[in-house]
Ligand binder design. Structure first.
Ligand SMILES: Nc1ncnc2c1ncn2[C@@H]1O[C@H](COP(=O)(O)OP(=O)(O)OP(=O)(O)O)[C@@H](O)[C@H]1O
Ligand SMILES: O=c1ccn([C@@H]2O[C@H](COP(=O)(O)O)[C@@H](O)[C@H]2O)c(=O)[nH]1
Length: 238
């Protein structure tokens, strides 16, 4: 592992040993820990639906964007400025930072002693929202942290997403809910994230859900997919 990447890993998670972060096996066993990636364009409704799935199925919801914003705010973080610039410009933060934040958050959730079906006997279930945004992240996360079970892909038009973001921007306080950043985020989504969705689609691991309708409509469609995944261990799309 190059020195700069080692430095980033150690800074974000000082207790992680070098052996741990370079081990050949992923940290979590995917036969026990379910990871569902949640993708879609900016404003497609990922976070909104994840909140519903937490209630319905006891998932732990980890938003990569939220973790990065928290790291940006953390006193003493040496990545604050880097993260702030990437978010404003709609570009992607170096994968080592985001993957380490996700791994740490997953470990913390696994150690919390959560109850319920999905969390007994070393099991866990995670919604990883807004990640992986780029192929390098997808490959590295699955190699080192956990293999994913499914990609929930929320799709709608750019017009719908844009108007939702502009509306959200009136109260969100987010530095990227403005016309200039939104344009840049769409660009990154098309150039970097669409190939990730295509990659998983080729593996038969994508459930595409039209998120143009009401929150409730989208929620119902999502529940059909997740119920099948959790009952049978896979999603067939039938
Ligand atoms: N089906 C829907 N109909 C109308 N508004 C919606 C719907 N789903 C979400 N919204 C609203 O659209 C905005 C964006 O939704 P949300 O934050 O869930 O999107 P997101 O995909 O997580 O966005 P981002 O990637 O930018 O974080 C929010 O203000 C939310 O309340
Ligand atoms: O894996 C990721 C996820 C997010 N980012 C950066 O954060 C912003 C906001 O993400 P949201 O999911 O919309 O909250 C995104 O535009 C990226 O700049 C990232 O770098 N890597």
């Amino acid at each position: 592992m190059p020195a700069i990447i080692d430095k980033i890993s150690q800074a974000i998670h000082p207790s992680a040993s070098r052996a741990e972060s370079t081990s050949a096996k992923p940290v979590f066993d995917h036969t026990k820990v379910s990871v569902v990636f949640v993708l879609g364009g900016p404003g497609a409704g990922k976070g909104t639906q994840c909140a519903r799935l937490v209630n319905d199925f006891g998932f732990c919801h980890l938003s990569a964007g939220d973790l990065l914003r928290a790291e940006q705010q953390r006193e003493g973080s040496e990545y604050g400025t880097l993260i702030q610039t990437c978010i404003k410009e709609g570009t992607i933060v170096p994968m080592e930072v985001t993957i380490k934040l996700l791994e740490n958050a997953m470990r913390a959730a696994m150690n919390e002693g959560r109850g319920g079906d999905g969390w007994l006997d070393g099991k866990g279930r995670f919604l990883i929202d807004g990640f992986p945004r780029k192929m390098d992240q997808a490959l590295k996360f699955e190699e080192t942290v956990c293999l994913s079970s499914l990609v929930l892909f929320y799709s709608t038009t750019e017009e719908v997403m844009s108007s939702r973001l502009v509306e959200r921007g009136k109260t969100s306080g987010r530095e990227d809910d403005n016309a200039d950043s939104i344009k840049k985020r769409f660009h990154t989504y098309k150039s970097d994230t669409m190939p990730v969705i295509q990659h998983y689609a080729a593996l038969g691991k994508v459930a595409e859900i039209d998120s143009s309708g009401t929150v409730e409509d989208v929620h119902q469609r999502t529940n059909v997919v997740i119920s099948e995944l959790l009952t049978t261990g896979k999603y067939t799309g039938k």
